[in-house]
Design a protein around this ligand. Sequence first.
Ligand code: UDP
Ligand code: MG
Length: 153
Amino acid sequence: MEQTFVILKPSTIVRGLVGDVLGRFQRKGLQITAMKMAQLDEQILRVHYAHLVDRPFFPDLMQSMMATPVILMVLKGKDAVEVVRTMTGATNGRKAAPGTIRGDYSMSGQENIVHASDSPESAKVEIERFFKPEEIFDYALPHFRNFYAPDEV
Ligand code: UDP
Ligand code: MG
């Protein structure tokens, strides 16, 4: 089973949307294998958003991501990276489709509720960046058979 990395961004904490967003992932059938609160700093954000450091909005993005602690999590499931990206929607909340997290909760290209890994390769790197191996749990879900057909697992 694949694992992906998600951040509930400061606006999600401040707006009281943590339960709503987390509930969507759980109701979908994704398994939470790691979760913690952390205050991000400039050093880790420069690495995490390395592809954006030269963009004019980068200082605002840093401020936004450091405004409050965030919630970091690892979600597990078949094709979890693609499933979570689809649930997340387009980067800009104004363009994200209704029914997606950003489409339903965001009016912004920056304050867009969640980060989600964009490929299995970046998921692996991002999980290792934010979690120690012992913070990620491997446990059985008793109703696992109700989530997948035998040939899907
Ligand atoms: N971002 C922004 N302005 C932009 C593009 C991106 O503020 O024009 C922020 C936004 O919060 C986004 C993050 O930078 O989620 C990372 O950008 P990326 O292109 O990786 O989008 P994502 O993978 O989050 O959809
Ligand atoms: Mg991205």
